[in-house]
Design a protein around this ligand. Structure first.
Ligand SMILES: [Zn+2]
Length: 151
């Protein structure tokens, strides 16, 4: 079978493990492949970061514990992307975008959650305890000293 350069398609002569006709074809091929991967990664990372920013804004800055799906859509939320899923009851999931997440209450309404107020998150993320959040520190250290006493 005739072998052809992976970049320009020219017939290859010489060594049987050759994939490109020259260094220029090799480097433009590698640049193109890496560029495609980077563009895909960048698009998804941007969507995830925007999702996180929207959840952070609604939960932290506006203090909302629930929001309509329509509001999130209007703000540019992309429901196709989340960082991880967490089972939260029978056939319900919490969808996380980093440390902020949401659960579907019904077709229109979403319950908003933050990892620090959701202890299961830390187990999923492999963290022994959540990062400091105002109000949670006291109960955390109480829990830890209780664990030390019982050990
Ligand atoms: Zn070539």
């Amino acid at each position: 079978m005739e072998r052809r350069c992976l970049e320009c398609g020219e017939a290859l002569k010489g060594r049987s493990d050759k994939k490109f006709c020259d260094d220029q074809c090799r480097s433009s091929h590698n640049n193109r492949v890496n560029g495609e991967v980077t563009a895909a990664v960048r698009l998804i990372n941007n969507a995830l970061r925007r999702n996180r920013r929207i959840l952070h804004h609604l939960y932290r800055e506006r203090g909302l514990k629930a929001a309509s799906r329509l509001l999130l859509l209007e703000m540019g939320f992309n429901f196709s992307f989340c960082t991880h899923l967490q089972r939260s009851g029978h056939e319900t999931f919490c969808r996380w975008c980093y440390e902020y997440g949401y659960r579907e209450r019904d077709e229109d309404w979403l319950e908003l959650v933050e990892s620090a107020s959701d202890p299961q998150f830390c187990m999923v993320a492999g963290m022994t305890h959540s990062w400091p959040v105002a109000g949670s520190t006291a109960s955390q250290s109480r829990a830890m000293s209780a664990r030390r006493r019982s050990a």
